[in-house]
Design a protein around this ligand. Sequence first.
Ligand code: PEP
Ligand code: MN
Length: 267
Amino acid sequence: MSKPTIDLLPTSALINEDRSPLIIAGPCSAESEEQVMETARLIKEVPGVTVYRAGIWKPRTRPNSFEGIGVPGLKWLKRVKQETGLKVACEVANTAQVFEALKAGIDILWIGARTTVNPFTVQEIADALRGVDIPVLVKNPVNPDLQLWLGAIERLNQAGLKQLGGIHRGFSTFDNAPYRNMPKWNSAIEFKRLVPELPLICDPSHIAGNRELLQPIAQRAMDLAMEGLMIETHVNPAVALSDASQQVTPADLKKLLASLRFSKVDP
Ligand code: PEP
Ligand code: MN
């Protein structure tokens, strides 16, 4: 596979200055102002976490489930930023969402796995972001197609985005057991070989689908020298409106992070 040329800024909000892993945590979905703020206040106390995530628009697999709070949730993320100093991140899946997120001052955007599969939508998002210097993380597509993943990153880069990174969230196949999405670690290894300049963050939550499986997945990602982790964290996972079984409490996030051996990556 040919190596893509990606033109990046020498420093990026997606890479910690001391090269420690970038830790992103927060609920799958923003559900209420109280849930967003309480989760954020507790996450703020977890060593290592610098970015708060929350899905505002949710791409649900089946209809009639919670599809996200929408625009009102952006104000809550703004409040998280002001009151905790954490950077805030959300998924964008179309140009209208891009404009709303930019207007609200969201610090980091990510492209979800169901969007990365569609070059038309990725191109529209890239065009909407032309001339905007905002970090964007691109999740792998739902299917294990490295070219499609890299192609989405190239589209953003060619629109002038220079703070970019990948998120490895596993791949959907008919029989994923024991995972929700198969990690296919070789894809992460190949991604790092082809574009070593791009930070690669692991999302053990969507690989696992179950909080009991998170630890070994996160450790494996660190052993592969991946540059960070995105871990879904909810003040009360049992009542979460999406992905309840894979979310952890902030206290369990703290324990999980403390249990990891981080491989030292030379700057
Ligand atoms: C999410 O991060 O909540 C999400 C919807 O993830 P993915 O796009 O990886 O399914
Ligand atoms: Mn989720």
